[in-house]
Ligand binder design. Structure first.
Ligand code: GDP
Ligand code: IMO
Ligand code: MG
Length: 426
């Protein structure tokens, strides 16, 4: 039986990764985030309460699970401490929680620059979450970021002095207010002391766990179409959300990854800018937004709504090597007379079955739809596939046919209990 499972997004994020990860974490020893930062907003519901996580892995509610923020992440240290404090207030111990010594620290100036860069793009803005993600990864790639190992090192002030000087120069290009180095240093040195106990060599820890046969769950943030390489560039995030990011973002060999579950919303949503082939706006999309509560977890923005897009999920299968799908929010489609699914794109008279690289081409793609009959019965208490109305079964079967990936999990409501698993995973 497989010991490592990746849970990642196959669309533009918000597919329900937090819910599925939390569900599977019941049987896991480790839950590990491998990329992104607090641009993520993962919602988890159990025992009539709803929790929203941004930086902390979704296994954090279970004291037996070790939770790791992997080296591929950019971590806002102020928000990391806030998130822990909130959870502690609600009675969760947050023990066994660690940050990789190779992860990057996200500072106040990254957030400030994110906002200014977006402003300067005007109508062409990415529509970021304004959490400083792009600027933090820019520093990492330009080899001038600050890792956690350096953040808690006595030499931090030296590094930080150079960094603040450089950032103030950048800010002056926008005629923006500069940061006061001494004030900022004092604040961050205090934070560094609070952070110190969390910082570990996660690469060794995880590889030892693998050698001991531990069960490890890797939790993706964002989604494949937001991936810096495979997404709808430039309207993407700045990390590898796809399965390749697991190895580089945690330090395990790619051959150690066994099961790769793609989380798929039964329809499709997007927040932020960028083309969206199956997007539509009418009474049905408004109903879906309302029933599915489609408002950003992190930014509260209304999410754009579209039909299920088989082209992007099929593309996600290729890019990630998906071994199974977890179809979420199936209940939201209840009551629709017919449901559209996109099986291909039409571009300049040609049929496409994959996502074109050029954003201009992607903007010009038109969806080819087929229509499937809907269902009226309430499915929110369904416990197995056979209990689903025939048309809901047919819908899931069609998704399998289009994507060539088995639906091994489906979800019929936000609560952890409203999950049906069709294959033993751990
Ligand atoms: P993530 O970023 O991929 O973890 O997803 P989000 O938490 O941002 O968005 C998913 C939303 O759908 C959250 O509000 C979840 O509580 C909710 N959700 C997840 N699965 C289901 C489901 O099967 N049915 C319904 N109605 N809501 C769900
Ligand atoms: P989860 O993990 C949905 C989107 C933003 C924007 C683009 C770049 O909850 O699925 P960034 O702040 O990362 O530079 O923004 O990516 N975005 C998300 N959309 N879910 C997310 O995370 C997202 N994280 C970033 O809206 O379009
Ligand atoms: Mg989300």
């Amino acid at each position: 039986m497989s010991k490592t499972i990746v849970v990642l997004g196959t669309q533009w994020g918000d597919e329900g990764k937090g819910k599925i990860t939390n569900y599977l974490s019941e049987k896991a020893d480790y839950v590990v985030r491998y990329q992104g930062g607090d641009n993520a907003g993962h919602t988890i519901c159990f025992e009539n309460k709803t929790y929203k996580l941004h930086l902390l892995p979704s296994g954090v509610f279970n004291p037996k699970v070790v939770n790791i923020l992997g080296n591929g992440m950019v971590v806002n240290v102020r928000n990391f401490l806030k998130e822990i404090a909130n959870l502690k207030e609600m009675g969760f111990s947050c023990q066994n929680l660690f940050i990789s010594d190779r992860a990057q620290v996200l500072f106040d100036y990254h957030i400030k620059l994110d906002g200014l860069q977006e402003q300067s793009l005007g109508d062409g803005k990415i529509g970021t979450t304004n959490k400083g993600i792009g600027p933090a990864y820019t520093d990492k790639v330009s080899r001038s970021g600050i890792r956690f190992s350096d953040f808690i090192n006595p030499s931090f002030p030296e590094l930080f002095f150079k960094k603040v000087k450089e950032k103030n120069l950048q800010l002056s290009l926008y005629q923006a207010e500069k940061f006061d180095y001494n004030k900022l240093l004092e604040e961050y040195q205090k934070i560094a002391e609070e952070i110190r106990p969390y910082v570990i060599d996660s690469v060794t820890m995880l590889n030892e766990a693998l050698d001991e046969g531990k069960k490890i769950l890797f939790e993706g943030a964002q989604g494949t179409l937001l991936d810096i390489d495979f997404g709808t560039y430039p309207f993407v995030t700045s990390s590898n959300c796809s399965a390749g990011g697991v190895a580089t973002g945690t330090g395990i060999g790619p051959n150690k990854i066994k099961e790769i579950i793609g989380v798929v919303k039964a329809y499709n949503t997007r927040v932020g800018s960028g083309a969206f082939v199956t997007e539509f706006e009418d009474d049905i999309s408004r109903q879906i937004r309302k029933v599915g509560n489609e408002y950003g977890t992190t930014t509260k923005r209304p999410r754009r709504i579209g039909w299920f897009d088989g082209v992007i999920v099929n593309y996600s299968r290729m890019v990630n090597g998906l071994t199974g799908l977890a179809v979420t929010l199936l209940d939201v489609l209840t009551g629709l007379k017919t449901i559209k699914v996109c099986t291909g794109y039409e571009l300049n008279g040609k049929i496409l079955n994959s996502v074109p690289a050029s954003i201009k081409d992607f903007e010009s793609c038109r969806p080819i739809y087929e229509e499937l009959p809907g269902w009226d019965q309430d499915i929110t208490q369904v416990k197995n596939f056979e209990e689903l109305p025939e048309n809901a079964q047919r819908y899931l079967n069609r998704i399998e046919e289009i994507t060539k990936v088995p639906v091994i999990i489906f979800s019929v409501g936000p609560d952890q209990k409203q999950t049906v698993i069709r294959k033993k995973l751990f």
